[in-house]
Ligand binder design. Sequence first.
Ligand SMILES: [Zn+2]
Length: 131
Amino acid sequence: MKNWLRKVMAGRYGVDHLSNALITLSIILLLLSAIFKLSILNTGAMVILALSYFRIFSRNINKRYQENMKFLNFWNPIKGKWFSFKNRIKQSKTHKFFKCPSCEKQLRVPKGKGKIKISCPNCHTKFEARS
Ligand SMILES: [Zn+2]
């Protein structure tokens, strides 16, 4: 079975981040089409699923790699923002967040220390704030 799969996939591109994202998107569309009884979403899900399988079995590895890189250039900043947002929520009980008044870098100080002097590690601007 494994050998058979290896033979089929020989010289083909395989699964990458973009095809995983496309498969996830088509599953979401299928669920939405089931909930809202919209057949257009079902059709869209099938088209996206077909596209992701086309990419997985494609022999044009270079072009698929370029597509994946474009996708990651678009997706990674969004993912990074989401993770920093989640982190900030997690740390909001123990830390307070400030923006440096001159370089706008985000700064984090421990909560409950009263009025403190904050020195920006990026541009060395000093300012006072209540933590
Ligand atoms: Zn600064």
